[in-house]
Ligand binder design. Structure first.
Ligand code: UFG
Length: 335
């Protein structure tokens, strides 16, 4: 019988790509999403969509009562580092409160496996060099703090209730479905690659480079960009690995690219110049976040297919160019 998974935030950027991968392997998927940042059109046909808020206890109970889920995948969260520095308490309340309610419901309803979307934002002051799973967790933002709290909660749910968890700490998710069905559509968009593409396409004035005085070779922040489809594959492999017990994996390509590198890659792929201006640092941004992902490679055989920054940018460019209105352009006028 096909496995049946509950995916919170399955209408969002990473969640929708994981749903696509689960459907492709023949699994059943129920998406639970309030569509506050996700999109109906990002839920591929074949998945069921329950439009509800995780803070709605009755809706959460109803979905767990409606089916026996093999796994809960939890993506639904507020996810912007900079935003969380401006409104820390809503971030902590939403992400920790809703996450705990979900873990509690999963345990009460006998779910055996839980996959958490976690983050490199756990590492606020990394010691330098690629970051492995044993790096000290020391969040530099309330967003990172909220994910650290859920990681700890899952450790206790595992110890006391036997819930198995896969904690996947993404570095910078980017790119788009290579088949062109799904892409990145945040409103407002705050992520570097889509904003640089918009500047190159003339859809915005100029991209602001946040900080040029970091202790990095060109003075701008370094990040490890990972293709969203490679992230999706990692979720499937981590899920299978749960038969051996709970896992925590850092997920990146192990290559660092500066903000200026990204601007150059977009100019190269798009064949356009990218208008940009130098700006102040954005609070909460560490200088350098690069993953050591040897553990997931060794334990699951995970191999990124699109590790190259140009491949990531090319897919992001293709989707953004084809969808000037994002998913809004995919909606029938009556919806
Ligand atoms: N940046 C700019 N100008 C912009 C936007 C971003 O210079 O207009 C810079 C940022 O300062 C940062 C880099 O580009 O140095 C990447 O910024 P993003 O906003 O694209 O991504 P973040 O690194 O802030 O955060 C992302 C996810 C988080 C996750 C984190 C982990 O949004 O959820 O990666 O590394 F926690």
């Amino acid at each position: 019988m096909a496995r049946h998974h509950l995916v919170t935030g399955g209408a969002g950027f990473v969640g929708s790509h994981v749903v696509a991968a689960l459907l492709a392997q023949g699994d059943r998927v129920s998406v639970f999403d309030d569509l506050s940042t996700g999109h109906r059109a990002a839920v591929l046909p074949g998945a069921e969509l329950v439009v509800a808020d995780l803070a709605d206890a009755a809706a959460l109970e109803a979905v767990f009562a409606s089916a026996r889920f093999d796994t809960v995948f939890h993506f639904a969260a507020l996810s912007l580092v900079g935003d969380s520095m401006r409104q820390p308490l809503p971030y902590l309340r939403n992400n920790i409160g809703n996450g705990l309610a979900l873990i509690d419901a999963a345990v009460r309803h006998g779910v055996q496996r839980f996959v958490l979307s976690s983050t490199a934002a756990l590492f606020g002051r990394p010691s330098g060099g690629p970051i492995a799973e044993n790096e000290v967790v020391d969040p530099g933002s309330p967003y990172g703090e909220s994910k650290a709290a859920l990681e700890r909660a899952l450790a206790w749910a595992g110890r006391i209730h036997g819930l198995r968890s896969a904690i996947l700490r993404y570095f910078n998710a980017a790119g788009a479905d290579p088949a062109g069905r799904l892409g990145e559509d945040h409103r407002p968009e705050t992520h570097l690659i889509p904003l640089v593409i918009d500047a190159a396409l003339g859809r915005r004035d100029a991209i602001a480079v946040f900080g040029t005085d970091y202790d990095t070779p060109d003075g701008t922040c370094i990040r490890d960009y990972i293709h969203v489809t490679d992230l999706a594959t990692a979720h499937l492999l981590a899920l299978d690995r749960l038969s051996h017990g709970s896992v925590t994996y850092n997920l990146g390509n192990g290559a660092g690219h500066s903000v200026r590198d990204v601007i150059r890659a977009v100019a190269r792929i798009g064949g356009r110049t990218v208008p940009h201006r130098l700006d102040a640092r954005r609070p909460g941004d560490p200088a350098r976040l690069v993953a050591a992902s040897g553990l997931i490679r060794a334990e699951t055989g995970w191999q990124p297919r699109y590790a190259d920054l140009d491949a990531i940018v090319a897919h992001a460019w293709a989707w953004r160019e084809a969808h000037p209105l994002g998913y809004r352009g995919d909606m029938p006028p009556s919806v």
